[in-house]
Design a protein around this ligand. Structure first.
Ligand code: FES
Length: 160
């Protein structure tokens, strides 16, 4: 018998809890099982789970906050790449791919050491300055692949 992959286990968890009553105890039980599978809960996992349960992600974030045994992945830096229409069209999709490769970001959005979380936003409302990205909330505009790699490397080296 082959061992189930984490993705298969996750699917089973989702399937099971989709048919359960939508009550807090069930949400907590589902998060506990997800955490046992993935060691800690990532923002991405929480928003996916919320989608499955058809509830707001903030409900699950709140549950994690107030449950002593549930743990959100602790990361150091958050990179957000704008993939809205304007930025996407002007090269930010290549920037996103290049950053994923350079920082070795996994499917869960985290670097191998879980220190960097890379995610996207659908328009940062600064289209004129695009392509845009933010690092820990600091905005960087007019990005190209080369510029973005430079900016990220130098930011990370300054904020170890
Ligand atoms: S599309 Fe990127 S800021 Fe609007």
């Amino acid at each position: 018998m082959t061992a189930k992959s984490k993705e298969e286990i996750k699917k089973e968890i989702y399937q099971y809890y989709q048919s359960q009553p939508r009550i807090q105890e069930m949400y907590t039980a589902m998060l506990t099982e997800l955490q046992e599978t993935f060691e800690a809960l990532s923002p991405e996992l929480l928003s996916e789970a919320a989608e499955v349960l058809e509830i707001k992600t903030s409900v699950l974030v709140c549950l994690v906050k107030f449950s002593a045994h549930l743990k959100l992945v602790d990361y150091k830096h958050k990179l957000v790449v704008c993939t809205g229409e304007g930025c996407g069209r002007r090269g930010n999709l290549s920037v996103l791919q290049a950053l994923k490769k350079e920082l070795r970001i996994g499917k869960d959005g985290f670097s191998q050491d879980k220190q960097i979380y890379l995610t996207t936003q659908n328009c940062m409302k600064r289209c004129k300055e695009g392509p845009n990205l933010t690092i820990d909330g600091e905005a960087f505009s007019h990005m190209t692949v080369e510029k973005a790699l430079d900016v990220v490397k130098s930011y990370l080296s300054r904020h170890v």
